[in-house]
Design a protein around this ligand. Structure first.
Ligand code: F6R
Length: 616
């Protein structure tokens, strides 16, 4: 939620800030704004409701003075609707200070009362303006932005990343962080701040993550980080693995289209160097250690949305291979039900962004209650990996489209690597079994490439179905999370009612939804790999077909049972049961994207959503 960028250097900050906001827009796109200090000690702000394009257009037509210090913000509204007035930055009372914010200040009403009683007035409905006025008041007392920040953060409750600039200190951007993300980019004669590294990857590959409850001040030639009390803290620099061009759309019609085609690379890059001579090599797990892995009696996977569906696939494979019981729980449900945890429980969190607040809170809860915590994450410098005992990074590259696609595939690949590693450590699979599964995993990118070749016919299907009002998705066993994912994609992109069901559940209620013409996607298991389940799913297809459903099947190439029963068949190459879902999911992602496009919708930035959900 909300993208934040800060810059101090010698370049024209408007360009740097807008470039950063463009790459952070996936975090929120209700409104956007910037504040820039010019050389004469004036502060210039511009902000607008709507997507970043509205701000860009205005700045194009009516440029503002361009200095080399500034802050920028792209918003996902929490307090107050997406209007020009509520957009950030917000100004201090004397107009000398501008502030942007990501998060929710929970005690803002009480602070507002205090300021109102002192005669302050407010233009917006936001909690952010309260912080801006408070900072303005404290600056009036301290005449030092960092000192004023310390006083302010001591008064705030909730989650916040705050960045501010002040007219009287034109060479510095000061930021504070509690429970919301903030990363420093280290340049040469210039420094950056961003909600994540995408904000500045175009300019530098050197970054530093800021810890919880810390204040940072960046100047052109220095960076200082202290705790909220002002004591210096040690920080660790890391190199950004992402390529700047990877977060550009290139010639693609959308980031989503580009990212779906990057699926094979996302899997290949996640596997790279981690399968050697048929053996899984995961030094990432050294911090937990083999002995601890042998002592584990239970695994709990916590995640949200698409990441949780990758977790269900992980559950099936890890449990089958390692014989350790695995549960999957939505992260926001997990910590509010007093789960049983001890040091023989391994909690695995999965998060593309590494910032999802629900998942982060689950990780924190698990650590506090004595569980071992491993995270699977795609974003370096993010909070969740920093707060976990060990991390397996997926190497899917930046995912800009709000709907997750390639990251899902990389998450499943990472879970499978972990499952095979665990099985070796515990001796539940022999070397030949591990090698065979590792080979299947390595074959996924090429097979997935073949699946993507059928994009055109799926686009055609989606075009025919642009007026559809509801779609059902059925799958059994490992096909079930694929059905859930297909339905989620369609809901979030095309705003069509879509439900994913376990096919076996059909007769227990959902079959009542079937009426003539109802489109139903069915994920058909392999007749070779899962003959028993295949028979059952064929029966399910017959049941819905008899009631007039339009059957859209994702089935293995050469499965002769499906074409006579289905209205449309999407073939996928032959693969082992655990690997087929990685191939079956791409057609559903493409279908949702194409149907949304056929309806004229923005597939990269669906309504009401933000990519990184940093509030609970
Ligand atoms: C759906 C989608 C979301 C995310 C979920 C978790 O397409 O993208 O459901 O998967 O919000 O996000 P991360 O993985 O960043 O924790």
């Amino acid at each position: 939620m909300c993208g934040i960028v800060g810059y101090v250097g010698t370049a024209k900050s408007v360009e740097v800030l807008l470039g950063g906001l463009r790459r952070l827009e996936y975090r929120g796109y209700d409104s956007a704004g910037i504040a820039v200090l010019d050389g004469d000690g004036s502060i210039h702000t511009r902000k607008h409701a709507g997507k970043l394009a509205v701000l860009l257009n205005d700045l194009d037509q009516h440029p503002i003075a361009n200095g080399s210090t500034g802050i920028g913000h792209t918003r996902w509204a929490t307090h107050g609707g997406p209007t020009d007035v509520n957009a950030h930055p917000h100004l201090g009372d004397d107009g000398k200070l501008a502030l942007i914010h990501n998060g929710i200040i929970e005690n803002f009403s009480e602070l507002k009362e205090e300021l109102l009683a002192e005669g302050y007035t407010f233009e917006s409905e936001t909690d952010t303006e309260v912080a801006a006025k408070l900072l303005g008041r404290e600056y009036g007392r301290a005449h030092d932005l960092e000192l004023a920040f310390r006083t302010v953060v001591a008064r705030l409750e909730g989650a916040f990343t705050l960045l501010a600039v002040h007219r009287d200190e034109p060479d510095v951007v000061v930021g504070a962080r509690r429970n919301s993300p903030l990363v420093i980019g280290l340049g040469d004669g210039e420094n950056f701040l961003g909600s994540d590294v995408a904000a500045f990857v175009e300019f530098t590959r050197r970054a530093v993550a800021i810890g919880q409850d810390q204040i940072v001040a960046i100047r052109a030639d220095s960076v200082t980080v202290t705790d909220f009390a002002g004591a210096p803290v040690t920080t660790e620099e890391f190199d950004i693995a992402w390529d700047a061009s990877a977060s550009e759309k290139g010639g693609w019609s959308s980031f989503m289209a580009k990212e779906i085609t990057e699926g094979p690379d996302a899997v290949a890059n996640t596997l790279r160097g981690r399968i050697v001579d048929g053996e899984v090599v995961l030094p990432d797990l050294d911090r937990i250690g083999d002995e601890a892995l042998r002592g584990i009696t239970r695994i709990v996977i916590v995640a949200c949305g698409t990441a949780a569906y990758s977790g269900i696939l992980g559950k099936y494979a890890i449990e089958a291979w390692s014989r350790v019981p695995v549960e999957v729980e939505l992260a926001h449900e997990f910590r509010y039900r007093d789960p049983v945890l001890d040091d023989s429980t391994l909690v695995i969190s999965i998060s593309q962004s590494g910032e999802t607040m629900d998942t982060r809170m689950a990780v924190q809860y698990a650590s506090e209650h004595g569980a071992r915590v491993l995270s699977i994450c795609n974003t370096q410098g993010a909070t969740i990996p920093r707060e976990s005992e060990a991390v397996i990074y997926t190497h899917a590259g930046p995912e800009v489209a709000v709907a997750s696609t390639k990251a899902f595939l990389a998450q499943v690949a990472a879970l499978y690597l972990f499952g095979l590693h665990l099985s070796r450590v515990r001796g539940s699979l022999d070397a030949a079994e591990i090698e065979a599964n590792a080979a299947e995993l390595q074959a996924v990118p090429e097979k997935l490439g073949k699946v993507l070749e059928s994009s055109e016919s799926i686009a055609q299907l989606a075009g025919w179905m642009a007026d559809t009002r509801a779609v059902l998705f059925l799958g059994r066993n490992v096909g079930y999370p694929v059905a859930l994912e297909g339905a989620l994609k369609l809901k979030e992109l095309a705003y069509i009612h879509a439900e994913g069901f376990a096919a076996g559940e059909l007769k227990h209620g959902p079959i009542a939804l079937i009426e003539p013409g109802q489109p139903v996607f069915v994920i058909v298991p392999s007749p070779i790999g899962q003959p028993e389940l295949h028979k059952k799913v064929i029966s399910n297809i017959k049941e819905i077909e008899a009631r007039g459903a339009r059957v859209l099947a994702v089935a293995e190439e050469g499965d002769a049972f499906v074409p006579p029963l289905a209205d449309f068949v999407i073939p996928i190459p032959l693969a082992g049961p655990f690997f087929e879902p990685l191939l079956a999911v791409a057609p559903l992602q493409i279908f949702a994207m194409e149907l949304a496009s056929a309806k004229g919708l923005d597939v990269d930035q669906p309504r009401n959503l933000a990519k990184s959900v940093t509030v609970e």
